[in-house]
Design a protein around this ligand. Structure first.
Ligand code: SF4
Length: 55
């Protein structure tokens, strides 16, 4: 399982530094690499657009 970033992402960059395993990549909409994500949830609360959720 992995967390995912929805289309609500505003590409603010807030989540990048929160991830302990550097699973989040920049883009027009940021993307979490499901293979790398350890499902810790550290990125969820920092998102101002509430775009990150568990799957
Ligand atoms: Fe990184 Fe944890 Fe968010 Fe997965 S849930 S992307 S490991 S901060």
């Amino acid at each position: 399982m992995a967390h995912v970033i929805s289309s609500d992402c505003v590409a603010c960059g807030s989540c990048i530094s929160e991830c302990p395993v550097e699973a989040i990549a920049e883009g027009d909409i940021y993307v979490i690499d499901a293979e790398t994500c350890i499902d810790c949830g550290a990125c969820v609360d920092c998102c101002p657009a509430d775009a990150i959720s568990a799957q």
